[in-house]
Design a protein around this ligand. Structure first.
Ligand code: SF4
Ligand code: SF4
Ligand code: SF4
Length: 341
């Protein structure tokens, strides 16, 4: 088959595929699991002590991120193969007042959001990333991973990190302290960050109860006494009273891309804390809608195959006609030794 004919046939298949895209319908967002667990990060409670960063490293066996010869302690500035959870600072103008957008500052947390309908899981071609059917934790299986890094491109929060400095590199990200060899959640323990947080800025619980708690806080009048839980949202054992701050009326993670199991509230706009403005429709639902429409009943590949088969058959017939040895040839048979007609 000539290259030009092959391209023509595949173009026919591609056109059929594009017609499929035109009519593709996104599936619905996935709903949060009944018992999905989560974290509520309240930036107004965070004092920037980084105990959560240290506990995460210790529990998950991660080395410190040394930033140059003069800084001989963990000074991770972002998530990496060695850091699953990092605390950052927002500053504006004189940075005088905490949790104020102008001339103020705020702490911010960055770690896996454990999306309800995760793009990383949808993008992984070998299900090395999947969602635990009970807890909703987005977990990683290094034995299945082929290192394609699709998950890194797909994640809207830039969370999965590849170990570039290791020839047998893997993807690294928070798994709620519940991967092989750690398994704190399955043993009824808290993730390390929530256990050590001295103020309850990182609070553990079910997504449902954390969302209710976040909305209660947002409804509190600034300056009124509020009782904050520490560690686990529901046990009521460790609490402290504090005046409620002026919260932004936004629970980040309630709706973004179909919701997340790690949610954030703050006194400054959440976008200033590195959390991107995102639509409610999950990227996974859109991408899978297109794929499933294209491959529904294998219609697009069948059309492409039919196009290829047609061109092959046509070229075969033409070649046969041009071939004097072919029984289909319309050339008259040679009638002498020189092969003349
Ligand atoms: S934040 Fe990124 S890595 Fe974490 S579950 Fe969502 S898409 Fe996946
Ligand atoms: S790098 Fe691994 S986990 Fe990420 S998409 Fe590829 S196979 Fe899946
Ligand atoms: S341990 Fe709590 S207070 Fe300290 S940096 Fe982490 S989230 Fe903030």
């Amino acid at each position: 088959m000539k290259r030009r004919d092959f391209l023509k046939a595949t173009a026919g298949g591609a056109t059929a595929a594009l017609c499929g895209i035109g009519t593709a319908e996104a599936r619905e967002n996935k709903e949060p699991l009944e018992n999905a667990i989560g974290i509520l990060y309240d930036a107004t409670l965070c004092v920037g002590c980084k105990a959560c960063v240290r506990a995460c490293k210790e529990i998950n066996g991660l080395p410190p991120s040394i930033m140059g010869e003069d800084v001989q302690y963990d000074a991770a500035r972002d998530v990496s193969g060695d850091t699953y959870n990092v605390i950052k600072v927002y500053k504006n103008g004189t940075s005088e007042q905490k949790d104020r957008e102008v001339d103020g500052f705020s702490f911010a947390k960055k770690s896996c959001m454990h999306c309800v309908d995760p793009a990383c899981v949808s993008a992984c071609p070998v299900t090395a990333l999947d969602k635990n059917p009970q807890t909703g934790i987005v977990q990683y299986n290094p034995d299945t991973c082929i290192g394609c890094r699709n998950c890194m491109v797909a994640c809207p929060y830039n969370i999965p990190q590849y170990e570039y400095n290791d020839p047998r590199g893997q993807i690294q990200k928070c798994q709620f302290c519940n991967q092989a060899g750690v398994e704190r959640i399955s043993q009824g323990l808290l993730p390390g960050c929530a256990e050590v947080c001295p103020t309850g800025a990182t609070l553990f619980g079910t997504r449902r109860e954390l969302l209710e708690e976040a909305k209660r806080r947002l409804a509190a009048k600034p300056g009124e006494a509020y009782t904050y839980a520490r560690g686990r949202a529901s046990d009521g054992l460790h609490t402290h009273d504090k005046e409620a701050p002026e919260y932004r009326q936004h629970v980040y993670g309630e709706r973004e891309l179909g919701g997340t199991q790690v949610m954030h509230i703050a006194g400054v706009p959440l976008q200033k804390l590195g959390l991107p403005e995102l639509p409610e429709r999950s990227y996974a639902s859109i991408a899978e809608g297109v794929q499933h429409t294209l491959y529904k009943g294998m219609i697009a590949p069948a059309i492409a195959l039919a196009g290829l088969a047609f061109v092959v058959k046509r070229n075969t017939s033409k070649a046969d006609q041009d071939d004097p040895q072919s029984k289909n040839s319309r050339r008259p048979e040679p009638n002498n030794d020189r092969g003349e007609p």
